[in-house]
Write a protein of this length. Structure first.
Length: 217
């Protein structure tokens, strides 16, 4: 299944993603880490979503405390979650316990039931990774567990697995910058990158013009 690609000017990426989320009106929302979604999160603080009814989850987290500069949870709290009344189900980077986050998911969705996220916000790495699903990592082969611990050179990480993300109604990728052009081209050309494993019911990509240059929408 080919992802649906929308191309916007670099300055319009956050606004385009904000408008798409407004249209989708998610009640179970997965947040991505990294630098690309920060502007979106800041813009969402004034978006009139029904925040008190929204459960927020995380696609991945580095195994660091939330006040660490590399923490995805810390970034999302500062940019958005400390400013809206959503129900936040944060990955615990301090404990870095994959079974603990699986229990958190089960408490919301039910034990043994699929993680039917309305929207999973995701990014695309220069090597084609998404969440913390990296090329060659055993987590790519997971078919049963919903959360995995991944060892990386900088920090160990927790990540949602392909089965968890594939149960989303919409997987919404935000892709920005010239350094993402080649992995985006390879993914949309059908190469076997980690991002290609996320075969949610609907896969959408909002890319800025720098990332999408030369790619047919």
């Amino acid at each position: 299944m080919r992802a649906e690609l929308s191309v916007v000017p670099p300055s319009a990426l956050a606004d385009a993603a904000r408008a798409r989320l407004r249209a989708l009106s998610p009640r179970r929302l997965v947040l991505a880490g990294g630098s690309t979604p920060r502007a979106l999160y800041e813009a969402l603080t004034v978006e009139d979503l029904a925040w008190t009814t929204i459960d927020v989850f995380f696609s991945d987290e580095r195994c660091v405390p939330p006040d660490h500069p590399d923490s995805n949870v810390g970034m999302a709290r500062r940019a958005l979650l400390d400013r809206v009344p959503a129900r936040v189900h944060a990955m615990d980077g301090t404990r870095c316990d994959e079974t603990g986050y699986e229990a958190d998911l089960a408490a919301v969705f039910g034990d043994g039931r699929p993680t039917e996220f309305d929207v999973a916000l995701l990014g695309l790495g220069e090597d084609g990774h998404t969440a913390s699903l990296f090329p060659g990592d055993p987590a790519l082969l997971e078919r049963r567990r919903l959360v995995a611990r991944v060892e990386r050179p900088d920090h160990a990480r927790l990540t949602l697995t392909p089965p968890a993300l594939q149960a989303a109604r919409v997987a919404l990728f935000l892709v920005a910058g010239v350094r993402k052009r080649e992995p985006l081209r390879r993914w949309l050309a059908g190469e076997d990158l980690p991002a290609a494993l996320i075969r949610a019911a609907r896969v959408e990509v909002i890319a800025d013009a720098e990332a999408a240059r030369g790619i047919d929408a």
